[in-house]
Design a protein around this ligand. Structure first.
Ligand code: LLP
Length: 433
C-alpha cells in the first residue's frame, strides 16, 4: 500500500495524518470527516516555487493555485503566505478570496461564461488578469471596463490542439472543447486582431490548459512549444508582444498503486525547457511564465474518514460496504469512475484480502466511492478512510438527499483545527422560504 508523505502509522497500528491519530480525530470531530495536512500543502507550494525559480528565473513566474480543487478562506491564507497566485473561476471563488484578504493582484479570472455581475465584481476588485474565453466576453468586458474608465489586462484561453491522455470529461486542449478559442481554424488570430482595436482591454498574455490528471510530460512540452510558436506568429502578424504565457495545470497525482505521477521538478523542467528553447528559436524575450496546478497541491494532503454502517454480502455477486458519506462528499467515481485507495485507520497493517464496493448513503445505485476496492475484512462500526481526497472532493460536494457536508479539519504541527464547519440541518434550510 502507498501512503502520501503526510500519512503514517503509530504504535497502536492506527493511521496518522501529520502525526495525529486518525481514529482519535474521527472520535473528536465525528464522521464523515475531511482531514488535510497543512505542512504538505505548504511544502508542495514551496516545491513548485523552488523549481520555477531554479529552472526559469527569480522574478519571472507565478505559480497559481487552481481554486476549484479546494476553495476555502483558510486555503487562500496559506496561498498568500506561500507567495502563490490563485485561479478563480466564479464570483463565489473571487468573493472567498476577497473575504480572505488574498492579494488580488495575484488572481486570474477564468471561466467560459462569466456573467456581467462577475465581471463587474472582478473589475472593481482589481484582479490581475481576465482570461478571456470568447468574443462575447471580450466585448462585454471591454464595454464594462470603459464604463469604469479602466483598462482590463487580458489573456486569451487558447485550445492548442493537444490530445492529453486522460478522462474525456477532464480533457480540454482539443478543438472539440467548450473552453477557449481554437488555434487550428484561425479563431485566435481573429480575436487578437479584434481585441487590439479595443480601448477597454489590453492583451498581455495567452493561456492554455490541456486537461487534468495527466501523467506524461510530453503533451505539456508540446503545448508550451505550440504556444510559443503562436506568440511568434502574433508578433510577426500584428507586431504585438505577448508578455505572459500561462500553461495551466493538470499534473497527475497518485490515487492508486497503479498511478505513477511525474515529480514536480521534472514537469517544471520540461515546461521551462520548451519555453526557453522556443524563445531562442524565435528570438523572443522569455515571457512571464504562469502555471496553475490545483490537484497536485492539495490532493495528497487530504483523506476522508467514514464510519461503516453495514456490510452486505451478496453471495457470488458482490459485497457492499456502506459508509456514512458518499457521492455528496466525493462525486468522482459517479462522474469519472475515478479510482481511489481505501484503508482501515484502526488497523492500518491489516492485509487487504477482500474486494468490495464502497457505497455511499444516497438513493442512487451509482453512489459509490469505488466498485472494486481492496480492503481487509470490515464490519459495521469500523472506520474507513479514503486516501488522496484533498482535491475536487470538498469543492465538488453537494446536498443531494439533503445530506449536510462534512467539516474540513486541518492538521498542522501536531494540532488539528476546523477550517470549515460541519453543516447543520439549519444550514441546509437557510435559503428555504
Ligand atoms: N487551470 C485551468 C484553467 C483549469 O481549468 C484547471 C482544472 C486547472 C488549472 C487545474 O488543473 P489540475 O492541476 O487540478 O489538474 N473535477 C475534475 C477536474 C476538473 C479540472 C478542471 N480544470 C476532477 O475531479 O478530476
Amino acid at each position: 500500500m502507498f501512503l502520501s508523505p503526510c500519512l503514517s502509522k503509530n504504535e497502536q497500528g492506527h493511521l496518522t495524518i501529520g502525526g495525529l491519530d486518525v481514529p482519535a480525530l474521527a472520535k473528536e470531530y465525528g464522521t464523515p470527516l475531511y482531514l488535510m495536512d497543512e505542512n504538505l500543502i505548504r511544502e508542495t507550494c514551496r516545491a513548485y516555487n523552488a523549481s520555477m525559480k531554479e529552472h526559469y528565473g527569480k522574478d519571472n513566474f507565478l505559480v497559481v493555485f487552481a481554486s476549484k480543487a479546494f476553495c476555502a478562506k483558510y486555503m487562500y491564507r496559506i496561498l498568500a503566505e506561500e507567495g502563490m497566485g490563485a485561479d478563480l473561476v466564479s464570483g463565489g471563488e473571487l468573493y472567498t478570496a476577497i473575504q480572505a484578504n488574498f492579494p488580488l493582484d495575484r488572481t486570474y479570472f477564468h471561466g467560459n461564461n462569466k456573467t456581467e455581475q462577475e465581471i463587474i465584481l472582478a473589475l472593481d476588485a482589481g484582479i490581475r488578469r481576465f482570461v478571456v474565453d470568447n468574443r462575447e466576453e471580450l466585448l462585454k468586458l471591454d464595454a464594462l471596463a470603459k464604463e469604469r474608465n479602466t483598462v482590463a489586462d487580458i489573456s486569451f484561453r487558447v485550445k492548442p490542439g493537444i490530445d492529453a491522455h486522460t478522462h474525456d470529461f477532464i480533457q480540454t486542449g482539443q478543438i472539440d472543447s467548450k473552453f477557449g478559442v481554437a488555434l487550428e481554424n484561425g479563431e485566435v488570430m481573429q480575436i487578437i486582431a479584434e481585441a487590439s482595436k479595443l480601448s477597454g482591454v489590453r492583451v498581455v498574455g495567452l493561456h492554455c490548459h490541456i486537461g487534468s490528471q495527466i501523467f506524461e510530460t510530453e503533451p505539456f512540452g508540446l503545448a508550451a512549444k505550440v504556444m510559443m510558436d503562436l506568440i511568434a506568429d502574433i508578433r510577426a502578424k500584428f507586431g504585438i508582444t505577448i508578455d505572459e504565457l500561462n500553461l495551466g495545470g493538470g499534473f497527475g497525482v497518485r490515487y492508486t498503486e497503479a498511478d505513477h505521477p511525474v515529480l514536480i521538478d521534472e514537469i517544471v523542467s520540461v515546461l521551462t525547457d520548451a519555453v526557453k528553447e522556443s524563445a531562442k528559436e524565435h528570438d523572443l524575450e522569455l515571457p512571464f511564465l504562469v502555471i496553475e496546478p490545483g490537484r497536485s497541491i492539495v490532493a495528497p494532503s487530504g483523506i476522508t474518514v467514514y464510519t461503516v454502517g453495514s456490510v452486505k454480502e451478496i453471495k457470488d455477486v458482490r459485497t457492499y460496504v456502506s459508509v456514512d458519506g458518499g457521492m455528496t462528499d466525493n462525486p468522482r467515481y459517479a462522474l469519472y469512475e475515478a479510482e481511489y485507495t481505501a484503508v482501515l485507520p484502526e488497523r492500518i497493517e491489516a492485509e487487504a484480502t477482500e474486494t468490495v464496493a464502497i457505497a455511499g448513503r444516497c438513493c442512487e445505485s451509482g453512489d459509490l466511492i469505488g466498485k472494486e476496492m481492496k480492503l481487509p475484512p470490515v464490519k459495521a462500526g469500523d472506520l474507513l478512510a479514503v486516501l488522496t481526497t484533498g482535491a475536487y472532493n470538498y469543492s465538488m460536494s453537494s446536498h443531494y438527499n439533503r445530506v449536510p457536508n462534512p467539516p474540513v479539519v486541518m492538521v498542522c504541527d501536531g494540532k488539528a483545527k476546523t477550517i470549515v464547519r460541519r453543516e447543520t440541518y439549519e444550514d441546509l434550510l437557510k435559503n428555504d422560504i
